[in-house]
Every structure is written in C-alpha cells, then in structure tokens.
Design a protein around this ligand. Structure first.
Ligand code: ZN
Ligand code: ZN
Length: 269
C-alpha cells in the first residue's frame, strides 16, 4: 500500500529539526511521497532546501492568508520567478481566505493576494492548494473565474452543503486528521460525500495529529495512514482501495510524473 501525504509543513518547527527521520518514518509506514507547503517568503527558502534533500518530497509555494498582510505589492513577480525556476515546485499555495481570526479590513486585504496567486497558477499551468476557513462563499465566488485551474480545498472543515458547492466547481477536497475527531461529524459527512476521483488525504503536519496519536505526538506524514484508515471506514471501502484511489488522484492533481520515482522505490501494490 502506498499513500501520499498531499499537504504537510516539513519546514515548520517540530519537523524541520528532524526532517530525515520524519521522511524515513513516513516511508516505513507506507507513505511513499509527500508535498511540503511553503506559506510565506522566508519559508519558501526552506522549502527549496528541503526539496534538494529528499527525492520523495515535492513542494508548493504560496502566501497563506495569515501572511497576506506581510507581503509587498510586488510579491507576485518574485513568487512567479521562483516557481518557474524550480521544477519540483509542483503547485501554487497554500493561498486563499481565512476569516476566522480577522476583522473585516484584514479579510478584504486577503482577497487581492489570493487572486494574484491564482493568476500565477494560470500563467504557469500549475494546480492550486486553497486554504479556506469561514470564507467558503467568498472563496467560491472568486474561484468561479478560475474553473480552468485544478485546485484542492485543503483541510476541508466546511459543511456538506459548502462541499457540494465546491464539487460543482470541480474542486478536489483534502481530508485531514480532523476526520478522526469526535466533534467533527461534518468532516466525516464530507469524507463520505466527495466523489472518488476528487478525494485527497493529507496530514497538515505538524498540526492536527489524528487519533490515536492526538495530543500525544506532533503530527507527521507517517500519520496520514490514520487519516486514510478513517476515511476508508467512512466510505465503506477497504484501505487498499482507498490508498490506490487517493494516490491516483494525487498524481492526476500534481502531475503524473511528480511521484513516479518515489513510488517506484516503494511498494506500489
Ligand atoms: Zn491551511
Ligand atoms: Zn497547511
């Protein structure tokens, strides 16, 4: 069985100090490849270093809505140049809208930063990783102009109705360890609802450790196995089938060649 962790942060404290061991434990757990996500310019440099160190790690670069207020007006040109020069950067993101902690003025500031990144994705023909929290209606409205792009709504925590609207736009949906939390019946409903060819699994490590390691261990890509196990149970399919399907979907989303070498070296059954 081979799984891909489609969203983690190997450059964040807790994982950065032990990257080699983290990657090793992922492989031992059957997680043959992972995508590490850059969220702001200083983080992008660390992502590029990480990609140079590990063949089984692909990357994405973007400006997370939490960092939207920090970037200068010309951030997009620099980001586009950096992406165009780095072949193992396979997606734009994470970018999007997060209204959870922010007053309206700062929410408004997130929107142009998001749109600039969608334009980069279109010019470079790359898929986009969206971070959307408490902002599904606004993010959907923006994406209506970008349905030519492949995009995933990562760590989906909206309602089944919101998910249905995303699926109408052609979105992929990323499910994290939140699916294992007692207080997340909506995420389990979403895990059952997503079409088989639109489903991705991810950890969002070092955050959101799934059960049974929640509050015991910092999250890491190896634990996407727990996410996949729960998603398979919710969908009533066996784990092997779920792994095959989500790994196929990750290849379709990020590019058929992105994980080929890493998966050839692992047990691709
Ligand atoms: Zn996120
Ligand atoms: Zn993330």
């Amino acid at each position: 069985m081979t799984l891909i962790d489609t969203h983690c942060h190997l450059t964040y404290a807790g994982l950065l100090e032990q990257q080699a061991a983290v990657v090793q434990r992922a492989k031992a757990a059957g997680v043959g490849a992972m995508v590490t996500i850059g969220t702001h310019p200083p983080d992008h440099a660390l992502v590029l270093q990480t990609l140079a160190s590990f063949d089984c790690v692909a990357g994405a670069l973007g400006v997370h809505p939490h960092h939207a207020g920090e970037v200068s007006d010309d951030f997009a040109a620099a980001l586009e140049l950096q992406m165009a020069a780095a072949p193992r950067v396979v997606a734009v993101g994470e970018c999007g809208l997060d209204y959870h902690f922010y007053p309206p003025a700062e929410c408004a500031q997130q929107r142009p930063v998001f749109v600039r990144q969608l334009e980069i994705a279109r010019r470079l023909n790359k898929p986009v990783i969206l971070h959307v929290r408490d902002a599904h209606a606004d993010a959907c409205a923006i994406m209506r102009d970008f349905t030519d792009l492949k995009f995933v709504v990562h760590c989906f925590t909206g309602t089944p109705d919101e998910c249905a609207r995303w699926l109408e736009l052609g979105a992929y949906v990323g499910i994290t360890g939140v699916v294992t939390y007692k207080n997340a019946p909506d995420v389990r409903a979403v895990a059952r609802l997503v079409l088989p060819d639109r489903l991705l699994v991810e950890t969002d490590a070092p955050y959101l450790s799934p059960q049974p390691v929640r509050k015991i261990k910092i999250n890491e890509p190896a634990f996407v196995t727990h996410v996949a196990q729960r998603v398979a149970a919710e969908r009533g399919v066996d784990e092997l089938e779920l792994a095959r399907q989500t790994t196929r979907n990750a290849a379709a989303f990020f590019g058929e060649n992105v994980f080929a070498a890493a998966l050839a070296n692992s047990d691709m059954s």
